[in-house]
Design a protein around this ligand. Structure first.
Ligand SMILES: Cc1ncc(COP(=O)(O)O)c(C=O)c1O
Length: 388
């Protein structure tokens, strides 16, 4: 059996895979099993921040791999401690819990918010979390409950109780839920990624922040997709002028190895104690060593470059034939096309360019380090397949 047949026979049917087997890559270029080159505009869904086989990341990971590939969280290890310090220094947050994925980072944020309210109010009367319609927070039963898209709320019930979904445009729905007095937190994706790369407006976010402070609720930002330089700042909230209480992140953090983190601010830094939460693989030394090499290079120059390249994509596509709208921030772009997004993506892959879809749109989340030449070549091809 060839690889595709083997996969179809033995791998669970949870993914609709494109008709291509990728075998290796370098930066924003990826090669299939026939040696054909593609320009990667998906980065493994916003994961490979510095592209494929980035030599600095490979060196950091392999150096750690030959020393200590895993150790229990019962003991101290250097990469985990150093990464937590860097993340806190770069964000103003106080503590970090490490897991392996975005869903796990959100689980930690949810548990922390509920425990914070329990400790403060003495019971579970404020356990509800407000999330937004059209949001996406993960695939576990709890993060599906948090996700504000009805399509995810069938077939797998019962879901974890304690989530309500408010409008992402009109903050009065958040206010109405907050006024009930049973909410401990509001959870926001500042750019709704899986929901079609839709940024929240500054006015909306300002109002939600005010409501949360008025009603003694925590603010959780889900930066699983927007984080780690993707939107043109280390974390997207840094462009929205407020300090969250909890930040969940994953994807680009590990540069391609599984790593998630829940960053805790001043109000919740002492909420979790020994035994309250844990993860066997969380804070894995190899993943953390790789992440240190990624976060350390997301500096002002790189972030300015991310914003500039994002602008280039928007300028190139806005008003182009077959393009209805272009949304996003930095190198996280959603393109509404006249043609179905799936058709555009299939045609692009056939021409050697690999974009993604998100909620009926074409989504671009290329490696942050994609070159100007690669980007120009890929966008030209994309424009041709969008209009054809
Ligand atoms: C905003 C957001 N939150 C959470 C998740 C879940 O992350 P993971 O698949 O790593 O569990 C995703 C994944 O797409 C995401 O985009």
């Amino acid at each position: 059996m060839d690889i595709k047949e083997l996969d179809k026979t033995y791998v669970a049917n949870t993914y609709g895979r494109a008709d291509v087997v990728f075998v290796r890559g370098s930066g924003a270029e990826v090669y299939d099993d026939r040696g054909r080159r593609y320009i990667d505009l998906g980065a493994g869904i916003a994961v490979n921040a510095f592209g494929l086989a980035d030599p600095v990341w490979v060196e950091a990971v392999t150096a750690q791999l030959s020393k200590l590939q895993h150790m229990s969280n019962l003991y101290y290890t250097a990469p985990c401690a150093k990464l937590a310090e860097v993340l806190c220094r770069r964000t103003g947050m106080r503590k970090v819990f490490f897991g392996n994925s975005g869903a796990e980072a959100n689980e930690c944020a949810i548990k922390t918010a509920r425990k914070w309210a329990f400790d403060k109010y003495g019971d579970e009367s404020r356990s509800t979390i407000i999330t937004l319609k059209n949001s996406f927070h993960g695939r576990t039963i709890t993060t599906l409950a948090a996700t504000g898209q009805d399509v995810f709320h069938t077939k797998f019930g019962p879901f974890t109780p304690g989530f309500v979904h408010a409008s992402a445009q009109d903050a009065s729905e958040v206010r109405a839920f907050a006024q009930k007095g049973n909410c401990c937190a509001v959870m926001l994706e500042l750019v709704q990624g899986e929901g079609g790369v839709v940024p929240l407006t500054r006015e909306y976010v300002d109002e939600v922040v005010d409501i949360a402070r008025e009603h003694d609720m925590l603010i959780i930002v889900d930066e699983v997709q927007t984080g780690n330089g993707r939107t043109g700042s280390l974390y997207a909230y840094q462009q929205f002028g407020f300090m969250p209480d909890l930040v969940s992140t994953a994807k680009g953090l590990g540069g391609g190895l599984p790593l998630g983190a829940c960053l805790m601010g001043e109000r919740v830094e002492h909420t979790l104690s020994a035994g309250d939460h844990g993860s066997t693989f969380g804070g894995n030394p190899v993943s953390c060593a790789g992440a240190l090499s990624i976060i350390g290079r997301i500096d002002d120059a790189l972030l300015a470059d991310v914003r500039r390249k994002g602008e280039f994509i928007r300028r190139s596509l806005e008003g182009a034939e077959g393009v209805v709208s272009v949304t996003g921030m930095g190198l996280m772009v959603g393109i509404e096309c006249e043609k179905p997004a799936g058709e555009v993506v299939a045609a692009a892959i056939a021409r050697g360019v690999v974009p993604l879809t998100a909620h009926g749109k074409v989504r671009l989340v290329p490696p942050l380090t994609i070159t100007d030449e690669q980007l120009a070549e890929a966008i030209e091809i994309l424009k041709e397949v969008i209009k054809a």
